[in-house]
Design a protein around this ligand. Structure first.
Ligand SMILES: [Zn+2]
Length: 270
């Protein structure tokens, strides 16, 4: 028996990451998905390569739409959430998240906000570890441990309400991951700009507020207390120091800090 199809149109932002597999690609840029099982739109979209974290809006038109059998057709479609069951004859428009994505507000696709305002926190997986250091450099809370596997990352993200940043689609498809970003850029600095823009995180950034190695908040420390640990030139030219209470590393505003500030300004982020 022949199975009918549902037609998917992926819009810019998600179109580029579609991996249709065996699905037929139609001439006008739509994908036909053979309706061979009862599946929620989240599962179908993810089977076509797009993690749910990347989707900002889904519109459905056609037979068996949200209005019931023979529901809205010939219209621009109706907004549905991820649990919508895909049926034969439906036309589905899948749109990317439009930045900035505000994780503190509920939406149809993400009815539970991740956190309150001013509490945005990240979790970086091993596919973009350098990004974790850069986020910490601009004062963002970015948990990272290269030893964590996908399950550990997903559990921690759910437990602590963190945004998952990764280049690993399989990780972002996990249902425990509510908010995340499939990082597109490859250069760590570009990744930082991408993530800050995507989640609407803007300066002024609190530099020297986190340890680059362990993500712990830094505490100011008297120069006299760390004098014996400083190189001669550092001793001579710097007077402001911070210490990590966890690993005991000492930080001071050096030249890499100035370069970062310049770059953030150029990128329009601060
Ligand atoms: Zn530390």
């Amino acid at each position: 028996m022949a199975v009918g199809v549902a037609l998917f149109r992926f819009h810019p932002g998600v179109r580029e990451i579609v991996r249709p597999g065996k699905s037929a690609r139609l001439a006008d840029g739509r994908l036909g998905w053979a309706v061979d099982r009862r599946a929620a739109v989240k599962d179908v979209v993810e089977s076509l390569g797009v993690p749910h974290t990347e989707v900002g809006r889904i519109l459905v038109a056609g037979a068996g739409g949200p209005g019931g059998p023979g529901g809205p057709s010939g219209t621009d479609g109706t907004d549905v959430d991820f649990s919508h069951i895909v049926a034969e004859g439906q036309e589905l428009d899948v749109y990317a998240v439009v930045p900035p994505l505000d994780v503190t507000r509920p939406s149809l696709l993400r009815p539970e906000p991740l956190c309150g305002e001013g509490e945005v926190r990240f979790l970086v997986d091993a596919t973009c570890g350098k990004l974790a250091r850069l986020l910490r450099l601009v004062g963002q809370d970015a948990a990272y441990d290269r030893a964590w596997d996908d399950e550990a990352v997903a559990e921690l993200a759910a437990g602590e309400g963190r945004i998952v940043l990764s280049m690993d689609r399989a990780l972002l498809k996990r249902s425990q991951v509510a908010f995340g970003r499939l990082v597109r850029a490859h250069d760590p600095q570009e990744q930082l700009a991408e993530v800050l823009r995507h989640f609407g995180v803007r300066g002024p950034f609190a530099a020297f507020s986190r340890c680059l190695e362990c993500n712990e908040p830094l505490a100011p420390v008297e120069k006299a207390a760390v004098l014996h640990r400083l190189q001669p030139l550092t001793k001579k030219y710097f007077d402001t120091f911070y210490r990590c209470p966890s690993c005991d590393r000492i930080y001071w505003p050096g030249s890499h800090h100035d370069r970062m500030r310049e770059w953030l300004a150029q990128a329009g982020l601060e």
